[in-house]
Design a binder for this molecule. Structure first.
Ligand SMILES: Cc1cc2nc3c(=O)[nH]c(=O)nc-3n(C[C@H](O)[C@H](O)[C@H](O)COP(=O)(O)OP(=O)(O)OC[C@H]3O[C@@H](n4cnc5c(N)ncnc54)[C@H](O)[C@@H]3O)c2cc1C
Length: 367
């Protein structure tokens, strides 16, 4: 049986462990943090493209709540600019606490060994296997390595030198009591207020709580609608987290090492797809015969998602004026199926399409 190390027990790494161990593979997950789910108190949106894959893998999403639709609103007067029906997909658009999702993934990973508190500091592919070095002075030899170690990936160093790009923005996140938040916003849906240089998002994450995310150069929202300011006041001080991205790497794979999720393509959180794409990567990887196939199968879609997230940096934050009015008209006129390419995607279908054009993919994975 082949032994694969997965560096990073985030959403991508744990999903990869579940998907890969369905085949003839033994996975060991190595995580630098001392415990899973630390600093995972806030929420996450799990769009149907990711939710469908997780449910297929047997990951329980029972503690998630469905968000039936999403509204884009104007910063100053709370006017609804656009509306997306999120209930048109086979699996609901779900939202939940991140820690609860990590807990469900860990449970679904079953007997997979997850080593906590060990940071990978070195990666060497010697042609027959990969040697990982850890910060406690230990080392391990594996048949292949999956780098799922996020934005500041150490494993990425093997594919070249790539430094994430700072967007000039920071994000603040908070969990608010639902009853208090409902004084300012309907709490059964995703609401995004768009305004000059900033935006603000709320969505439910449980029966009793909603998640708040604010993005901008700072958390000063002077002049914004009282609902937005009320929610920010309710949150109290938020820790600013700088937002980075990186154009998808030219090479996601080097010998017996492959990258998934934010390690390969960190994207800005403007369309809430970073974790969803990490899930898609992980499930696709388990269906690949060679590590090199992952990039070939995923690159086109990732580039599209990356470009859409990058565009959000400008389009979500337009100052009032002619361009903003054109955007608002486009939002009001958006077709109901505008997001089907994103939320309706299934990995199995993309693997089937690719095997129709390849003579090798029916064989078992060889990595
Ligand atoms: C404000 C904000 C809101 C977001 N909201 C959403 C959303 O609603 N929906 C969505 O789909 N995406 C969202 N995202 C994006 C999403 O959080 C990331 O894309 C996703 O977490 C990436 O998953 P990953 O497993 O690739 O990496 P990570 O989640 O970063 O996990 C990497 C793991 O590797 C570990 N690690 C790192 N280096 C090492 C090492 N050297 N050795 C061992 N372990 C290591 C880390 O401790 C971590 O546990 C949001 C992002 C931000 C910033």
């Amino acid at each position: 049986m082949r032994r694969i190390a997965i560096v990073g027990a985030g959403i991508g790494g744990l999903t990869a462990a579940i998907a890969l161990t369905r085949g003839d593979v033994e996975c060991v997950v190595v995580e630098q943090r001392p415990a899973l789910g630390v600093d995972e108190g806030t929420g996450i949106q799990i769009s149907p493209n990711a939710g469908a894959e997780l449910l297929d893998l047997g990951v329980s999403l029972d503690s998630a709540v469905p968000a039936g639709h999403r509204e884009l609103r104007r910063w100053q007067d709370d006017r609804v600019l656009g509306h997306t029906d999120l209930s048109r997909y086979a699996v609901p658009y779900l939202t939940m606490p991140r820690g609860a999702l990590i807990g469900s993934l860990r449970k679904a990973a079953g007997r997979t060994r997850v080593i906590l508190g060990r940071r990978c500091v070195a990666v060497r592919d010697d042609g027959t296997s990969v040697v990982l070095g850890f910060d406690d002075g230990t080392a391990g030899r594996f048949d292949a390595v999956v780098g799922a170690d996020g934005l500041r990936s150490v494993v990425r160093g093997l594919t070249g030198s790539h430094t994430p790009r700072h967007s000039g923005l920071v994000a603040g996140r908070a969990v608010l009591p639902r009853r208090a938040a409902s004084r300012f916003v309907e709490t059964d849906r995703v609401v995004v207020w768009l305004g000059p240089g900033r935006h603000c998002v709320t969505y439910p994450i449980s029966r009793d709580h909603v998640n708040l995310v604010v993005v901008g150069p700072s958390f000063v929202f002077d002049g914004w609608h009282p609902s937005v300011r009320g929610l920010i006041a309710l949150a109290g001080p938020m820790r600013p987290r700088p937002l980075y991205d990186l154009p998808p790497l030219p090479f996601w794979q080097h010998g017996r090492v492959v990258l998934i999720g934010d390690a390969a393509h960190p994207i800005l959180p403007f369309i809430a797809q970073g974790a969803a794409q990490a899930v898609e990567d992980a499930v696709t990887l388990a269906g690949c015969r060679d590590l090199a196939d992952l990039q070939a199968l995923r690159e086109e879609r990732i580039r599209k998602v990356y470009a859409m997230s990058r565009a959000g940096l400008r389009v979500h934050h337009l100052p009032d004026g002619a361009e903003q009015r054109i955007r608002d008209r486009a939002l009001a006129a958006a077709r109901p199926d505008a997001h089907d390419w994103l939320y309706g995607h299934r990995v199995a279908a993309s693997l089937r399409r690719s095997s129709d054009t390849s003579s090798t993919r029916d064989e078992r994975p060889s990595f």
